[in-house]
Design a protein around this ligand. Structure first.
Ligand code: AHM
Ligand code: MG
Length: 347
């Protein structure tokens, strides 16, 4: 299947600038922000590509705020994003998976009206083994003019519901590096050509298939899932070709990579709650919300099994949320099982 739907070579920089020109009165701040972010992605991509050579792979000997061991490349990606974004004068604060607290803009730099949230390197368990990893980001506007920089004020600015995002996207360091983003007017996908140092438009206005027979979940946790979810997982494994069953299982264990495949091929990616993790594993603010914004912009759906992800009001930067995301009909189908409207007697 070919996704290429442009007959011209259009760079990311050009595309972003031309989008800005469509909005009379746009200050260009946002354009600069995306340029800076694209630079950070290029630098991280370069480092990911030569990770084995640089001996950068391995534990940094540190643990992050969640008590997980941090790999060197996570630390590096986090620093690259902070250092690429803190001095442009467009941001007032940042939040990262790797930082327990909000990241203030240093006093010596101007501050702007935007807020950047990000997971610098998603898929940490895949870093050491050359399997696809990615960077996820979301962008908000500040809701007040407060110049206070105490942690409480900064936290309040960050924890906005996802529907307030003005942009979101990700970079995926796979067989090639791709950059995917939305500003609320569809989803656009770019592929990086390292020989010319440019992201080239690859797929404009991406639409997720309405339904597909793929599912993606860590089924090793099956015994800990609710009975309703077990019924769904048994239902989709039936031998019923007339209903496109059984579904095919795909699981990379890099959330953003599993999402990327789901965006292009359709189906369902989920990280549900289970009896040991009542809120699942993924983070609402900088993982689920950006992916949910992209999914909806592509015509898909993202919920926690009941509620729309983008409507959830976060109470803290690092809170977790169960996630069901992908093709609209696939997400509705699993929701029907979770609600008990659909049942499957498999015992
Ligand atoms: P990370 O942000 O530390 O990499 O953790 C999140 C990752 C997701 O990318 C992925 O969906 C999930 O963890 C995989 O978890 P598990 O190994 O429990 O299946
Ligand atoms: Mg992550």
């Amino acid at each position: 299947m070919s996704f290429f739907n442009s007959s011209r070579f259009i760079t990311l920089e050009h595309y972003i600038s031309s989008e800005k020109d469509k909005h009379p009165g746009a200050t260009g701040e946002f354009t600069y922000l995306l340029h800076d972010l694209a630079l950070a992605i290029r630098i991280i991509s370069r480092e990911v590509r030569r990770a084995g050579l640089n001996d950068i792979i391995g534990m940094a000997g540190d643990t992050n705020v969640h008590g997980e061991q941090v790999k060197k490349l996570d630390v590096y990606a986090n620093e690259v994003i902070i250092q690429s974004m803190d001095h442009g004068g467009h941001l007032c604060v940042m939040a990262s998976e790797e930082n327990e607290h909000p990241i203030p803009i240093p006093d010596k730099f101007d501050k702007g009206k935007y807020i950047l949230v990000f997971d610098p390197l998603d898929g940490s368990s895949n870093i050491d083994i050359n399997v696809t990893i990615g960077t996820i980001f979301g962008l908000y506007k500040r809701t007040d003019d407060s110049s206070d920089t105490d942690m409480d004020t900064l936290t309040k600015q960050i924890i906005q519901p996802g529907y307030k995002q003005v942009a979101a996207g990700y970079a995926l360091y796979g067989s090639s590096t791709v950059f995917v983003y939305t500003t609320g007017q569809g989803v656009n996908m770019f592929t990086y050509d390292p020989t010319i140092g440019e992201f080239i438009l690859f797929h404009e206005n991406v639409k997720i298939p309405k339904k597909a027979s793929y599912y993606s979940v860590n089924e090793g946790y099956y015994n800990f899932y609710s009975d309703e979810l077990k019924q769904y997982l048994q239902y989709i494994k039936q031998d019923k070709a007339e209903k496109d069953l059984p579904y095919k299982l795909r699981y990379i264990a890099t959330g953003v990579a599993d999402f990327h495949r789901t965006l292009l091929y359709g189906g369902l990616f989920m990280y549900p709650s289970d009896s040991r993790s009542p809120n699942g594993k993924l983070r609402l603010v900088y993982e689920a919300n950006p992916l949910a914004f992209l999914a909806e912009q592509a015509g898909g759906r993202a919920t926690d099994g009941v509620n729309r992800i983008l409507d959830i009001k976060p109470t803290n930067i690092h809170q977790r949320v169960p996630l069901f995301i992908g093709s609209k009909e696939n997400v509705l189908e699993v929701e029907s099982f979770l609600k008990g409207d659909l049942k499957f007697d498999y015992k």
